[in-house]
Design a protein around this ligand. Structure first.
Ligand code: PMP
Length: 586
């Protein structure tokens, strides 16, 4: 089916279809699904009553991450003090019993479109509504359906009532305190991201293209503006106040990155444009200096092109051999096969910590140790890891670690190469110019140690400072908490996607983060992407700059929703609803 012939008309005007749409699961099916997912535990002491069916099938859990208050983080049912209302001490009456998904964007925040208050139950203009299930499956405000303007009172897939024994007051986040023991308030997080407050194609934007880039919190946007308003200067070289401010801000950001990665010294943190540039830097400096014909470089089958092409270019230029670690049918690297590839000829193993195409989390620490055992260096591509999980380069013991600021809520055009200090200092620079030199004559130049030797010219100062603000942002919430929340969300999404007839998830490793690649029978991936876009849902469709791994699974292209800390069950519900609709059209 070509793009031109795809008929979107079926996706609108769902009104007047009593009893749900053809091909869509009914409420009992969804509830059974949710009950499987949120297997009801024994009711904890002091919590009266049984799990109401409306809650058992609520799909609430991902937002209900709560490591404190005597509830078990592994037990979403018992941790149901509703995180969306954390700190308020009660369920707002406008929400209680409304059946409105607690994850429904804008539902309780009164965000505006063009200055008008969104409808909810409190009047004002009608909020755009999601496509999908007529009736009880969690999509309120089906266009044109009687009595359901905006986020109206159709019984919800999430059903929060004040009789719900799991809805109880929880303390607010103590600002700046260790938040790992606090509940995760996704609506509070969402309000920090201005871009999420907008409508796209008449619907609230649902951003599920986080593996491509993440959105920026207000604090990052403001920090970059503040830099240009109050601090802007070139760094290190001038003898005036603004140069001092700019240098402090830039070097302060370096220290934030050091702490974020748990590196030993800020000298190990080199600012670059992004993960791609960081990998090229290592290939063109260390690789060119130290590798000899016949040496071997190993990458995994999962790699992004950024972690293939620079090594291929180097291999061609220097007559090296590039070897590939295979993956199993779930998309996890095969450690035995990897072990068999390693030898004294192996000089470098360069691999991703999280696959951008499948979401696989590789056993990075083990892979590094195996490489070191044969004397090889290791580069870990953390582009898809840093926003999803705590990273500790000291524990990983990798020789280099790379990531891009824009994938962790920071600006584009700034990224990081971490390298062990001695290794960086014994490596030749890859670019020459100002900033990186100790002394220059026409005969000879001596270079600074790291990081200066790899930061020739004027860097992206403001965006480095912005990256520092992004790190402050995720650190204040707590990477362990973010990771836990996203894990629930991923499980929830995986379960619901599996229920869409004709949908096949590509990449089903036991350890995954943030990414749900799939194909849908009867549709090109770009058609699915375009259909979702009609509903304000942004996903990536294509090869994701990882053609080898998609081809390993017989695909040239997949649809790839990818998650971040501001996504909700409601986002997933909306996605799945459109997919059910597409599926039922075939
Ligand atoms: N590695 C991985 C795993 C990625 O996902 C990406 C970006 N999609 C990159 C490297 C390259 O990142 P950038 O384009 O920001 O340099």
């Amino acid at each position: 089916m070509s793009n031109e012939s795809f008929d979107f008309s079926g996706l609108t005007g769902l009104s007047g279809q009593p009893g749900g749409l053809p091909g869509l699961p009914d409420e009992s099916v969804l509830q059974e699904l949710a009950n499987q997912f949120f297997q009801a535990p024994p009711v904890p002491q002091g919590v009266a009553g049984t799990v109401p069916s409306s809650v058992a099938g609520s799909g609430i859990s991902p937002s209900a991450v709560n490591q404190g208050n005597g509830v078990d983080i592994n037990d979403p049912q018992t941790s149901l003090p509703d995180p969306h209302f954390a700190g308020t001490g009660h369920v707002p009456s406008s929400v209680a019993g409304s059946g409105k998904s607690p994850s429904a964007p804008y539902a309780d925040a009164g965000q505006t479109k063009g200055g008008a208050r969104s409808a909810g139950t409190s009047g004002g203009v009608s909020a755009p509504s999601y496509p999908g299930f007529a009736g009880a499956q969690g999509f309120t405000g089906i266009p044109g359906s009687a009595g359901t303007p905006g986020f109206a009172s159709v019984p919800g897939y999430y059903f929060i009532t004040d009789k719900n024994p799991f809805v109880k007051s929880v303390p607010a986040h103590p600002a700046g305190a260790a938040l790992a023991s606090a509940p995760y308030d996704v609506n509070k997080v969402r309000r920090d991201f201005p871009i999420l407050q907008q409508y796209v194609n008449g619907r609230p934007l649902i951003w599920l293209d986080n593996a491509a880039t993440t959105q920026k919190p207000r604090s990052v946007i403001d920090r970059v503006s503040q830099f240009y308003e109050r601090e802007n200067s070139n760094i290190h070289r001038a003898a005036h106040e603004l140069a001092a401010r700019a240098t402090d801000a830039y070097e302060g950001a370096r220290e934030k990155v050091r702490r974020f990665l748990n590196a030993a010294s800020p000298n190990e943190i080199v600012f670059v444009r992004g993960a791609t540039e960081a990998i090229n830097l290592v290939a063109k400096s260390w690789g060119d200096q130290f590798l000899q014909p016949g040496d071997e470089i190993i990458v995994s089958h999962l790699e992004h092109h950024a972690n293939i092409v620079p090594w291929q270019q180097l291999a061609k230029a220097k007559n090296l051999k590039l070897k590939v670690i295979p993956v199993d049918d779930q998309g996890q690297v095969l450690l035995d096969a990897y072990g068999a590839l390693l030898s004294s000829k192996t000089k470098l193993v360069s691999f991703t910590q999280v696959s951008n195409a499948l979401g696989t989390i590789t056993p990075a620490q083990k892979m590094v140790a195996m490489a070191h055992a044969v004397g090889a260096k290791t580069l870990v591509d953390g582009a898809q890891a840093v926003s999803h999980m705590p990273v500790d380069v000291t524990a990983l013991d990798c020789d280099w670690y790379v990531f891009s600021g824009h994938k962790v809520f920071g600006p584009t055009g700034i990224g990081v190469l971490y390298g062990k200090e001695d290794l960086l200092n014994e490596t030749q620079p890859w670019q020459g110019g100002g900033n990186m030199i100790r002394d220059v004559t026409f005969e000879h130049t001596t270079y600074h140690n790291a990081p200066g030797r790899f930061e020739a010219g004027t860097g992206n100062i403001a965006d480095a400072v912005g990256l520092g603000a992004a790190i402050d942002y995720v650190t204040a919430i707590g990477m362990p908490l973010i990771s836990q929340y996203e894990h629930y969300l991923l499980e929830y999404a995986s379960r619901l996607l599996t229920g869409v007839p004709g949908l096949r998830i590509i990449g089903t490793a036991a350890d995954k983060a943030g990414v749900l690649s799939f194909i849908l029978d009867g549709y090109k991936t770009e058609e699915v992407g375009a259909a979702l876009n009609q509903w304000g849902i942004a996903v990536r469709s294509g090869h994701h700059c990882a053609q080898p791994i998609l081809r390993r699974f017989g695909q040239e292209s997949t649809v790839r929703p990818s998650l971040a800390l501001y996504n909700t069950c409601g986002d997933i519900d909306a996605l799945v609803a459109v997919l059910h609709r597409l599926s039922s059209n075939k």
